[in-house]
Design a protein around this ligand. Structure first.
Ligand code: F6R
Length: 240
């Protein structure tokens, strides 16, 4: 695991977007794994800037998002699909037929999860997976538990995750359940970029980097990945 500590969130966004842009310029039909949340937003803005300048073309890129809340229509403004459409896919010119999401509306969620994994494999695997990290060490929505998950599955969100994400919901209550890629799916990505900023992530970052590899800190599994780079500001890196 490589660690890069940078001074500002803008510097982090510039570094991470450069890696993604280089990947897409070299391989226009790359497969990228995306995350939602606050951490990647500035990186997405840099990707949009590059598209507007005409220095990159995302129309042939295939995407897989990490997770989605159960019970929300894609048109619901709180859905992660809506987040990605607004924050990246529409302004950066991604082609919707190449965009993949776990459907949080599916009745047979096990079939949806199996199909998602098969589709990732059919597309040749994920070239670069972008990640944030929860305050409790979650990646995707893999919450601390007794074992590492392998493939996609339905998860009951931890109270700390519901509290952290309440800010995105006017009524203060996110759905309790979500579908998420498993830790095994994340580790299968050829390259992983993780962004964490702010003091609230410092303990999770310490556990991920310095702690034991344990499902109590799902992000610690990244210690076993051959090509992971973690981009931190000083506040998130303060306990390393
Ligand atoms: C989002 C996701 C989550 C977030 C994490 C950090 O798709 O999978 O693991 O990356 O909760 O969220 P932020 O960036 O809002 O602090």
């Amino acid at each position: 695991m490589r660690i890069e500590i940078l001074e500002t969130t803008q510097e982090i966004a510039t570094r991470v977007s450069e890696v993604l842009l280089q990947q897409v310029r070299q391989k226009p039909d790359s497969v990228l794994g995306f995350a939602t949340g606050s951490s990647p937003i500035e990186t997405y803005q840099k990707l949009i800037e590059a598209k507007k300048k005409g220095t990159v073309d995302f129309s042939r890129v295939t995407t897989f998002n990490l997770d989605e809340y159960c019970g929300l229509e894609p048109t619901d403004p709180h859905s992660y699909y809506a987040f990605m459409r607004e924050q990246l896919f529409a302004p950066a010119g991604f082609c919707y037929e190449n965009v993949h999401f776990l459907s949080g509306l599916a009745e047979d969620h096990e079939a949806i999860c199996r199909a998602y994994r098969e589709e990732i494999a059919r597309c040749g695997g994920i070239d670069i997976q972008l990640l944030g990290i929860g305050r409790n060490g979650h990646i995707g929505f893999n919450e601390p538990s007794d074992s590492f998950s392998d493939g996609p599955f339905m998860v009951q969100l931890a109270q700390s995750t519901l509290d952290a994400n309440a800010r995105f919901f006017e009524n203060g209550t996110p759905p309790r359940y979500a579908l998420t890629m498993g830790v095994g799916d994340i580790l299968a990505a050829k390259k992983i970029l993780l962004i964490a900023t702010g003091e609230s992530k410092a303990r999770a970052i310490r556990a991920m980097v310095r702690g034991d590899v344990t499902p109590q800190c799902p992000a610690s599994a990244l210690q076993n990945h051959p090509d992971t780079t973690v981009y931190l500001d000083r506040a998130a890196a303060q306990l390393l």
